[in-house]
Write a protein that binds this ligand. Structure first.
Ligand SMILES: [Zn+2]
Length: 374
């Protein structure tokens, strides 16, 4: 007999792992209003926090990446000072803790936060301080979380080597890796080869936004030229998977490589629906990729702009694909295995926190089902 599907409240209590979350995509609406007032930013569509919250959701465009990105104009505009970055980073940790996340890698692009004169180093230091404040409070509250930063370079700009050097410089102070993001079409990742070579030569970590809106060439370049260890999205790998008439599937060489090498896919289904990369959640390739046992991880991308949490994303996938506790535990262990975090520390979190946490919730859930049947 099938167990009852996990509820959102239960999922929130599960020890989850988040690898793909943008700091400037996850602010609290009230904080956007406060920071705009504090720093004289007058272009917000409204200064009422509730209305602003609705604006981000209502304006949440369907199937349009350009309009989806418009919301970032406001969040980035209020993240130009040290106090703002520190506060946003602290609140990010608080919000992830409230959602039951135990390990997170949160990314941001330092070059977007220098308009008021901050140096790249100052941006990174203020943000890391915010993460440290948040994690210290969480530990004191008995809800520990590990948060690491990923430094993103913009693929349409030309500062990637500088950002890669910055990431390496702060590697022992909370930065776990390097990323490149931004429009894929017209900006192949090979424009940033020197940055990826530096990361490789420093024995450091890189993930890369690839295969979100653009297809297989972007994924191939990310893996075979840029040495990306994970794919930010990577969802278009389905373009290399053919369905046969008898219902079986055939993997092309690139899809086989990704699956055989256990390359993690940082999938963000709701975000893909909003940007037009997938028609609906039910039709999102994450269901197929999970069935085919790719190294799937589940992520939020932009909690504010998409109106999601990691828990809500899990709940929606349970509805869409019939996933159960075993699937959610598998995703979380996949993510922890794929983290840019030392091996022994990953093992400690998997065996000491994630597996027991999911096992306990699944057992409680099964008990409640059998009790109600009795
Ligand atoms: Zn992203």
């Amino acid at each position: 007999m099938r167990d009852a599907p996990p509820t959102i409240d239960q999922i929130r209590r599960a020890p989850k792992v988040l690898l793909h979350d943008h700091l400037d995509g996850g602010l609290r609406p009230a904080t956007v209003v406060d920071l705009a007032a504090a720093h004289g930013y007058t272009a917000l569509p409204t200064t009422d926090p509730d209305e602003l919250a609705r604006w981000f959701v209502e304006d949440r465009p369907r199937h349009d990446l350009v309009r989806y990105l418009a919301g970032f104009t406001h969040t980035v505009a209020v993240m130009q000072h040290e106090d703002a970055l520190r506060r946003v980073a602290t609140e990010c940790v608080e919000d992830l803790v409230a959602d039951g996340v135990v390990y997170a890698e949160v990314r941001f692009a330092p070059e977007l936060h220098t308009e008021a004169g901050l140096s790249l180093d100052a941006v990174v230091e203020a943000t890391l301080q915010g993460f440290a404040d948040g994690t210290a409070k969480a530990a004191a509250d008995g809800t520990p979380i590990v948060v690491r930063a990923l430094l993103t370079a913009m693929r349409s700009a030309a500062r990637s080597l500088e950002i890669a050097e910055l990431a390496v410089r702060y590697r022992d102070l909370g930065v776990a890796g390097f990323d490149v993001a931004g429009p894929e079409a017209g900006y192949p990742p090979t424009r940033h080869l020197d940055a990826f070579q530096l990361v490789k030569q420093e024995n450091f970590h890189a993930t890369l936004h690839a295969g979100e809106a653009f297809g297989l060439p972007s994924i191939w370049e990310a893996l075979q030229w840029c040495n990306a260890e994970r794919l930010g999205h990577g969802v278009r790998i389905v373009d290399d998977i053919a369905s046969e008439a008898d219902g079986s599937v055939r993997l092309g060489r690139l899809a086989s490589y990704v699956r055989d090498r256990r390359i993690p896919l940082e999938l963000c289904p709701t975000s893909n629906v909003h940007t037009g990369a997938a028609p609906s959640l039910a039709e999102h390739p994450i269901g197929l990729l999970r069935r085919l046992q790719f190294r799937v991880t589940l992520n939020t991308d932009n909690r504010l702009m998409s109106g999601v949490t990691l828990s809500s994303e899990m709940e929606r996938c349970c509805e869409a694909f019939g996933w159960e506790w075993g699937d959610l535990a598998w995703l979380s262990i996949n993510a922890m295995k794929s983290a840019f975090y030392p091996f022994d520390d990953r093992l400690a979190l998997i065996n000491g926190v994630i597996k027991p946490g999911f096992a306990s919730l699944a057992a409680q859930s099964a008990f409640r089902v059998s009790a109600s049947l009795g």
